[in-house]
Design a protein around this ligand. Structure first.
Ligand code: 5GP
Length: 140
């Protein structure tokens, strides 16, 4: 029998958490190392490692819950906005191999930076853009 992920243990109540929401397929709880007050994780209860592994309907369900959670978090901590993010794979910084969507409140005048500032950027010609777009389309 394979070992449970840390988030499965949280869903099972074997590790305590501050629960935000639960239904048959999803669970939401406060991140133990919050990047801002109200930082919440939304997960599928099934331990899919990456978003790409999940059935499309379940992705829809998780994002639907995340939308509700984002509204509730913003209202609860009086935040005008939230950043929603998934570190999708180890090289992207994913530490827990069980899909989780971060819902992180952003406040006016805080010095948190948007996600796009984390990337190096890529200077691509129109031809390169078209070639990449075609390769992606052909891999769908
Ligand atoms: P990742 O880097 O994989 O996207 O994020 C993993 C997140 O899970 C981190 O923000 C970390 O603080 C959170 N986390 C790890 N272990 C626990 C835990 O036992 N309880 C809770 N509530 N959060 C955890």
């Amino acid at each position: 029998m394979s070992e449970k992920t840390i988030f499965e243990q949280i869903v099972a109540g074997e590790i305590p958490s501050y629960t935000i929401y639960e239904d048959e397929q999803t669970y939401a709880f406060l991140d133990a190392n919050p990047l801002a007050p109200g930082h919440t994780l939304v997960i599928p209860k099934e331990p899919y490692e990456r978003l790409n592994d999940m059935p499309p309907e379940l992705i829809g369900t998780v994002f639907s819950v995340a939308g509700e959670v984002a509204s509730a978090v913003e209202a609860a901590v009086d935040a005008p906005a939230t950043t929603l993010a998934i570190n999708n794979g180890e090289e992207a910084g994913q530490e827990v191999p069980h899909v989780h969507l971060h819902v992180i409140p952003q406040f006016e005048d805080d010095d948190s930076r948007p996600i796009h500032t984390l990337f190096r950027g890529a200077d691509l010609s129109d031809e390169e853009m078209e070639e990449i777009a075609a390769r992606i389309r052909n891999n769908q």
